[in-house]
Write a protein that binds this ligand. Sequence first.
Ligand SMILES: [Cu+2]
Length: 159
Amino acid sequence: MNNRLPLYVYEWLWILPSTAIPAAMIVAMLLSAFAMGIQVPGVAGRVDPLALDATPPFDKPGLRELAPGRYEAVMVALTWTFTPNEIRVPRGSTVTFTVTSRDVIHGFMIPNTPINFMVLPGQIARQTTRFDAPGQYLILCHEYCGIGHHLMFAKVIVE
Ligand SMILES: [Cu+2]
């Protein structure tokens, strides 16, 4: 007795998912990029890493209010800290992080937010997010930058 399906049915059972899954991933990627506007952060500008102290806005790192509820956090990464090390914003604020590095390649990531980019000396990175839930958000360096890398963090406090 042979009640198995013909061989080509089994072949199609593999071929269809193995083409449909990548096709679905491409559709999801295109939707997230163009319909939802989720873009990988690009280069927001260039800066001389040896002249940061004389180059606005990095000569005065810190938080500035652009409009009610909208802030820009200008931050400088250096081994093994961020300047400033802590920023405070009211809940519901939209914060644009403008970051560069003074020395080596660092990372800049805030877990549970879309903020996640590399910080390269000579290059300005910029990304914006909104903080709706109050609490403490860690800013982590997630590019290995030397012996003190695991100690490199800063905080966003949403009040
Ligand atoms: Cu690091």
